[in-house]
Design a protein around this ligand. Structure first.
Ligand code: FMN
Length: 193
């Protein structure tokens, strides 16, 4: 059977001047063959700090056009990959600010993969783990395998260790992404609220 076509939204969680995240994102992007990739870079998209999520508008058609367009792209995704730096042992506020603009119902019944990174030896693994709770709350459940990029500032063109981790995470995203896509076509995934 031919593999199911999956739309993958990748969100980069850093807009910091001189960010390393861009390098991590470029590395990952080269390894996403087989997915329809929609890359979201908050630095380019320039969503403001959260004042009004799109689902807080009485009519979503009254929301700024940028928010409406991004919401369509978020809804279209079958799976998400989030790339987060570790800031003070936590997820990047850029990532939560971006994703909080959209309702959990748009992420619900889908899956996600986490890439964390830092300049230290543990590769932002603490942030990576706290990211799990955040994604569960949104309803896009993280797959078991994740990627931690240690010493991200030294990331070169090819790293066998990360390639292996990325491969495992993507294979799980494909499996769960296909399963949840099929199931969403049959019935709506029950929401928490
Ligand atoms: C506010 C702030 C907090 C940080 N906290 C951590 C941390 O908790 N753990 C860690 O390993 N590195 C930490 N770092 C170092 C980051 O790993 C490093 O700056 C990295 O480049 C951040 O990603 P970015 O360049 O894409 O923003 C912190 C950096 C900043 C700016």
């Amino acid at each position: 059977m031919a593999p199911m076509e999956l739309n993958l939204v990748v969100i980069l969680g850093s807009i910091r001047d001189g960010r390393i995240g861009k390098k991590v994102a470029e590395y990952l992007k080269k390894r996403l063959d087989g997915f329809n990739v929609d890359f979201m870079d908050p630095d380019v998209l320039e969503l403001p700090l959260l004042r009004k999520p799109i689902h807080f508008y009485e009519e979503q058609s009254e929301a700024p056009q940028l928010l409406q367009d991004l919401h369509e792209r978020i809804k279209k995704a079958d799976a998400y990959v989030v790339i987060t730096p570790e800031y003070n042992r936590n997820i990047s506020p850029v990532l939560t600010n971006f994703m909080d603009h959209f309702p959990p119902s748009s992420y619900n019944g889908k899956v996600s993969g986490i890439v964390s990174y830092s300049v230290s030896a543990h590769g932002g693994s603490i942030a990576g783990y706290s990211c799990r709770g955040f994604l569960v709350e949104l309803g896009c459940l993280p797959v078991p395998a994740s990627v931690t990029v240690a010493a991200a500032h030294e990331l070169g063109e090819k790293n066998a260790w990360f390639d292996k981790d990325i491969g495992i995470m993507l294979s799980q995203l494909r499996w769960w992404g296909s399963a949840t896509k099929s199931q969403r076509a049959i019935s709506q995934c029950p929401r928490t609220m």
